[in-house]
Design a protein around this ligand. Structure first.
Ligand code: MG
Length: 367
């Protein structure tokens, strides 16, 4: 990502925030209770400002990127390269790169008064303004807790519920209880790379929409072997890091559903392209979530609104995950669909008071 000639960048601000979650999210790779994020503000020479968000988690338990590392690579490599109008020439760090690309794109679109969703839709097909949503539910302390949480989401009108799962017997029992309580609920599970053949055979009996990331990130052949053994479609999330990896996954039969995350793929344009390629290959496609603030959530929603995304998005309204979002809240309508913000760029900006309340570090970098 290089700033085109004549569209120079005057400054970039890095803001590290710690935002409390409504409730801890437990998954196979750990527990998140505070979202430790890097936000970026890009100021163009024409005065336009744009925002981006780095979705890396606080510790490298999910992908190799993590918040403090992303801060360092942005400060020392990616931001100086953007300010100098050159390519940073790095390998890896897609989440940090996506954050800066997103902030730059947001500023560029705002300077033209154009919405991100229109920009993506012009290339990838007519978007919708309201996106059906999946509620992602972490591993619970008890089956009763899980049933209560799922019940609340069913009442919200979500299109699907997705449960975090491991191969532990109590997790599998809890999922059986959810299915027994709601026989017709659209239900999926996410193993985050932790499932074995025995637990998959059990899960296969629960009429799931998909089983997400049963095998570890790099083990496409294991995913393919699982996919041959069960009737439930296998979805891949962490594994799909590029179009080339998607092609390999499809060639070996590793998935029939793809979770597209703009953060993991280096940005919104790359995510939209990959979503379309997966859909054209016959896969079910949806945009996953990274417990974003409104900045990252609004940016990812623009991809989720594209016609390639045929399954409900994991992105919910702000209130599902954050007590106080940094931006004006992203809302759901009465049918549980997430409503795209209507303004230019990503459609939202952080409120200065909220940003100040949760900021733990700020740094302005100029050429
Ligand atoms: Mg996942």
């Amino acid at each position: 990502m290089i700033a085109p000639q004549g569209r120079g960048v005057d400054e970039v601000e890095l803001v590290r925030v710690r935002v409390p979650l409504v409730a801890p999210l437990r998954s196979a790779h750990g527990v998140e209770d505070v979202r430790d994020l890097v936000l970026l503000r890009v100021l163009l020479a024409d005065g336009s400002t744009g925002w981006g968000e780095c979705s890396a988690l606080a510790r490298p338990t999910y992908t190799t990127e993590y918040t403090a590392g992303a801060w360092a690579v942005l400060r020392d490599e990616l931001v100086p390269a953007l300010l100098a109008g050159r390519d940073a020439g790095l390998v890896g760090h897609p989440m940090a790169a996506a954050a800066l690309a997103g902030a730059y794109l947001d500023a560029s679109l705002r300077s033209r008064g154009r919405r991100l969703v229109e920009e993506l839709g012009a290339r990838h097909g007519r978007p919708v303004e309201r996106v059906p949503s999946t509620a992602v539910v972490g591993r619970a302390e008890s089956t009763d807790d899980l049933l209560a949480t799922v019940s609340a989401h069913v009442d919200e009108g979500v299109a699907m519920v997705k449960l975090k799962v491991t191969s532990r017997p109590d997790d599998l029992d809890a999922i059986a209880a959810v299915r027994a309580t709601w026989p017709d609920l659209a239900l999926a599970v996410d193993g985050n790379g932790s499932l074995d053949a025995r637990s998959l055979a059990i899960l296969d009996g629960h009429s799931l929409a998909y089983v997400e990331q049963p095998a570890p990130t790099d083990e496409l052949l294991t995913s393919a072997a699982f996919a041959r053994r069960i009737a439930t479609p296998v979805a891949l999330d962490e594994s799909i890091t590029s179009l080339a990896v998607l092609e390999t996954a499809l060639a070996v039969g590793a998935c029939r559903v793809v979770n597209v995350k703009p953060a993991r793929l280096g940005g919104q344009h790359q995510a939209a392209e990959l979503a379309r390629a997966a859909a054209e290959a016959g896969c079910g496609v949806f945009v996953g979530g990274m417990l974003e603030s409104g900045v990252g959530r609004a940016a990812a929603l623009a991809v989720a609104a594209l016609p390639a995304c045929t399954l409900p998005t994991d992105l919910g309204p702000s209130s599902r995950y954050l007590a106080h979002d940094l931006t004006e809240a992203i809302e759901a309508d009465a049918d549980g669909r997430v409503v795209l913000p209507s303004g230019p760029g990503i459609g939202v900006v952080p409120r200065p008071d909220r940003l100040e309340a949760v900021a733990v570090d700020r740094l302005v970098v100029r050429p």
